[in-house]
Design a protein around this ligand. Structure first.
Ligand SMILES: Nc1ncnc2c1ncn2[C@@H]1O[C@H](COP(=O)(O)OP(=O)(O)OP(=O)(O)O)[C@@H](O)[C@H]1O
Ligand SMILES: [Mg+2]
Length: 342
């Protein structure tokens, strides 16, 4: 369809107050812009479209009754709003495509439901620390315009027998009453291998409770569990997820993109990001953010808005030292293990 036809369809549906036709026409325009490689415009239009029906900014925060731990009265979840889009996350295209697919299913959940289907609802994010799992959950929350509920395992796990499982139930009770992106961050703190003989019986019961609650969850929310100890999760937990997404340290090209992203509030045109990317092999997103922000601080304290290559040098040196130290610690640890195994 030509752009003119699409615009006519959009205006006509607006005049007729036909929301469904309006949405279809608007989505077709977004797809056209994306096909033309106008990614930023397409992302923006998409966000505005979803923002239309959004509840963001309208939540009566004070009125929302958060579930609390019975014993200590601590809130079991944190609530937050996000308006991040894809431009805030640098990931491999397969990861982005899979997340886009899930987001689309939730946006069109009514269409799926009309055919007796449901959007995919349980995602597992895994990968080393600092590779974007939490940011990705925020981006998904922003794209769907669903507020983010972060489950606080520190508050859920209680020393009182039975209280921890009761806390988990309260959390599921709460999330089933709304439309949220729910992040079970550091999920493995609770989802440890059920057959691990070192784990206390209470923990085993708890994992069972969690699995049952996830299985029977009927709400409209999107559940995301994140871990960097995927080896600790038991097969029964893995099977419960509709999508398992790996977040790995960025490749060179992505490291360069990240540096630009983290320096976006500054003039970084003098920085050859590809050359910095070459020097930061195995850096995570969190490492690159630390390097970029250290450089930005240096520039600001020097009274400049422009970040220069020289501003990056101290942070790059520190990164190299830190990487060498970590490498040393890891090889010491594996030597220790080998000697105890002998
Ligand atoms: N892929 C990425 N895209 C954009 N920013 C990233 C990415 N990876 C890391 N970052 C940056 O690094 C910081 C840490 O990222 P994040 O908290 O998402 O890591 P994580 O994978 O959740 O780590 P952990 O396993 O320790 O919870 C964030 O502030 C973010 O800005
Ligand atoms: Mg995280």
């Amino acid at each position: 369809m030509t752009q003119g036809d699409l615009l006519r369809r959009l205006f006509r549906s607006h005049a007729l107050r036909d929301d469904e036709q309006f949405r279809l026409a608007a989505e077709a325009i977004v797809s056209e812009e994306r096909a033309k490689n106008h990614r930023l415009l397409a992302d923006d239009l998409e966000r505005l479209l979803v923002g239309n029906g959004s509840r963001l900014g309208q939540l009566p925060w004070c009125g929302v009754d958060l579930p609390k731990d019975g014993e200590r009265g601590l809130p079991l979840v944190d609530l937050s709003e996000h308006d991040d889009g894809w431009d805030r996350l640098v990931v491999q295209s397969q990861v982005r495509d899979r997340l886009t697919g899930v987001v689309q299913e939730h946006r069109r959940a009514d269409v799926l439901r009309a055919s007796g289907l449901r959007p995919r609802q349980r995602l597992l994010f895994y990968g080393p620390p600092g590779c974007g799992k939490t940011v990705a959950a925020r981006v998904v929350s922003g794209l769907l315009a669903y507020p983010l509920v972060t489950v606080r395992f520190d508050a859920i796990v209680s020393s009182f027998l039975g209280e921890t499982a009761a806390n988990l139930r309260k959390v599921f009770d709460f999330i089933s009453r709304g439309q949220w992106v729910v992040l079970f961050d550091e999920f493995d703190a609770i989802g440890k291998d059920r057959d691990n003989p070192l784990e206390h019986g209470e923990l085993k019961r708890l994992v069972n409770t969690l699995l049952q609650l996830m299985d029977s969850f009927q709400g409209e929310s999107l559940l995301i569990a994140a871990t960097n100890h995927e080896g600790l999760l038991d097969q029964a937990v893995w099977r419960r997820f509709d999508e398992v997404v790996e977040f790995s340290p960025p490749k060179q090209q992505d490291r360069a993109l990240m540096l630009r992203l983290f320096l976006r509030g500054f003039d970084s045109s003098a920085v050859d990001t590809l050359s910095v990317a070459r020097k930061t092999d195995r850096a995570t997103g969190a490492d690159l953010e630390r390097i970029a922000l250290a450089a930005a601080r240096g520039a600001v304290l020097d009274g400049r808005h422009a970040v220069l290559p020289i501003d990056l040098q101290p942070a790059l040196d520190e990164f190299r030292i830190r990487r060498r130290l970590i490498g040393q610690l890891m090889s010491d640890a594996s030597a220790d293990t080998a000697s105890t195994e002998v």
